[in-house]
Structure formats: structure tokens, C-alpha cells
Write a protein that binds this ligand. Structure first.
Ligand SMILES: C[S@@+](CC[C@H](N)C(=O)[O-])C[C@H]1O[C@@H](n2cnc3c(N)ncnc32)[C@H](O)[C@@H]1O
Length: 277
């Protein structure tokens, strides 16, 4: 059924820009105005509200503010992701970083690997990391490997935990990995227990002042997330990532992102791959 979209005044747009920025760090540029109208109109109707001002007031009423902020956030995040997205990152892990990590373990005795997929969306990124890591370490024994996958969007996290993907979504996954790590369910593929046991999904807002994780990470993937943040938010987040990385740990960012302005903290290795200084 065709439903007329609601009007969003300049003042209302500004109020929503502010609240979204405060809650998520995401800067909604003027170009995103239509997106806000499209994504929130349905929610307003469901709540029987007829203007964005009424919705803004609803959001600020303490009785349901927390729950509704979650709804708002879930609607404005961009969750685009794929299995093996930006494949060169996984090639780097398989051909360079993991062989080096394994070789070093022979002398330093360290058999522990901690990976964080920050802004993991519907799970394709952490599950790809799990497949590639299992492949690289298949001949090794006694390793303790864990992947933490976090996002602030609760609906998309639920999808990640469910781990069921249509055939189309699975096409970038190499055939041998599909056979090994997925179970066919009609038209869909479900992530099997081997991958599930490696990945822990948690809700985490990257805007939080501090992160609860105690142990540092060897590898952080934060790809196609900081692109939505302004310079100040980006720098604050990267300072926190720096703190949560082990000495000489690696950070991977999205194809249109760069850390070249933070040379004193992150050494450039390859396109969108950096190492903690
Ligand atoms: C475009 S997806 C990228 C997914 C995956 N990293 C990739 O590159 O394919 C961006 C994800 O970042 C999440 N995100 C945005 N702002 C966030 C924040 N402040 N804290 C945690 N996650 C956030 C969104 O919910 C979304 O799932």
C-alpha cells in the first residue's frame, strides 16, 4: 500500500542529527535527510505519531527513552556487509600475518590469538575471519583462538547470532569452506558449530568512553564504520583501539578510510592495513 511520507522540517532534521550523533557518533549529513524520513516514517506510524516533533518528544520521555533510542539507532545504521569483503585483508592474514605468527610461536611459545570485529553487522566479517583463521592454523595444535564481534545495532546482531544466510550471500565463500563450515537449510545456509564456537557476539557502542574488554587484541577489524564518523569521533575511537591493541598488533580499516594522519600511532603496512607503533 502506498503511504505518503511525513515532512521533516530543518529544525526537526537538526534535532535528529544531534541525537543520532550523540548516541552513535554517526554524522548524518544533509544528504541523509531523505534516508531519515524513509527509515523513521514507518516507526512514527507504528507509534501513532503524526510529526517528527512528536517522535522527538517521545524519544525524550524518560519512561521509554532507552528502548526507543535502540529502535532509532537500529533504523539509522547502515549494515552493508559481505562474506570475504575486501578479500585482500584475508589474503594478508593467510599468506603473511598468520604464517609469521605461527613461526614466532615456535620461539616465544605464545599460542593465543585474540581478534575483534568492531562493527560486525550481520556476522559475515567475523565468520569470514573464523574460516580463514581455522584454515591457517589447521596443522597447529594447542592454540587458544577467539573472535569478539560487536555492534550497537541489536537487530543486526540478532541476525549475526542466528547465522542463517541466503545462497546468494554465500557465493563469495570458497566451496571447500562452505562444505566444511555451513549446513544447508533449504534455500539458506546456516553457520555450523565450529564457526559458532569461535565467535562471541556482544552489543557494544564504539562511542562508549571505555570498553569492558580486559585483554588486548592481536588484530582489530573496524571496516566501513569510521567512515560515518567526524574527525573528532574518529580520533577518539582510534586512541581507544590503540590502547586495546597488543604491541605491534594489527588494525584493518575499510577501503575508503585512512589512518595516514596518525603515523605516530599506526604504521602503514599495506592499503588499509596498519600496525600499532
Ligand atoms: C557498513 S557496516 C560494516 C560491516 C563490516 N565491518 C564490513 O565492513 O562489512 C557498519 C556497522 O557499524 C555499526 N556501527 C555504526 N556505529 C556504531 C557505533 N557507534 N558502535 C558500534 N557499531 C556501530 C553499524 O550498526 C553497522 O552494522
Amino acid at each position: 500500500m502506498f503511504t505518503q511520507s511525513l515532512d521533516l522540517s530543518d529544525k526537526e532534521f537538526q534535532l535528529f542529527q544531534e541525537i543520532i550523533y550523540r548516541e552513535t557518533g554517526i554524522h548524518m549529513s544533509d544528504k541523509k535527510r531523505k534516508l531519515i524520513v524513509a527509515r523513521l516514517s514507518k516507526r512514527l506510524r507504528a507509534l501513532n505519531l503524526s510529526t517528527f516533533t512528536e517522535y522527538y518528544e517521545y524519544l525524550n520521555e524518560s519512561s521509554h527513552a532507552d528502548g526507543e533510542i535502540v529502535n532509532l539507532v537500529n533504523r539509522v545504521t547502515t549494515n552493508k556487509t559481505d562474506f570475504f569483503r575486501e578479500r585482500h585483508h584475508f589474503d594478508f592474514l593467510l599468506k603473511e600475518l598468520y604464517p609469521r605468527t605461527i613461526a614466532e610461536s615456535r620461539t616465544n611459545g605464545v599460542r593465543r590469538l585474540r581478534i575483534w570485529s568492531a562493527g560486525c553487522s550481520s556476522g559475515e566479517e567475523p565468520y569470514t575471519l573464523a574460516m580463514v583463521t581455522l584454515d591457517a592454523f589447521k596443522a597447529e595444535r594447542g592454540w587458544d583462538i577467539k573472535i569478539l564481534a560487536t555492534d550497537l545495532d541489536t537487530e543486526i546482531l540478532q541476525k549475526a547470532v542466528t547465522g542463517v544466510y541466503p545462497t546468494q550471500a554465500i557465493t563469495p565463500v570458497p566451496k571447500e569452506y562452505i562444505h566444511k563450515y555451513f549446513v544447508r537449510k533449504g534455500e539458506n545456509y546456516e553457520v555450523g558449530n565450529v564457526l559458532r564456537s569461535m565467535v562471541a557476539f556482544r552489543k557494544l557502542n564504539l562511542m562508549s568512553e571505555t570498553f569492558p574488554m580486559k585483554n588486548p587484541f592481536d588484530i582489530i577489524f573496524c571496516r566501513n564504520v569510521i567512515i560515518y564518523f567526524d574527525t573528532k569521533t574518529k580520533e577518539e575511537l582510534l586512541t581507544k583501539f590503540h590502547r586495546h591493541l597488543k604491541a605491534r598488533g594489527h588494525i584493518f580499516i575499510g577501503h575508503s578510510e585512512s589512518l595516514m594522519h596518525m603515523k605516530e600511532r599506526f604504521r602503514y603496512l599495506k592499503h588499509t592495513i596498519y600496525q600499532k607503533v
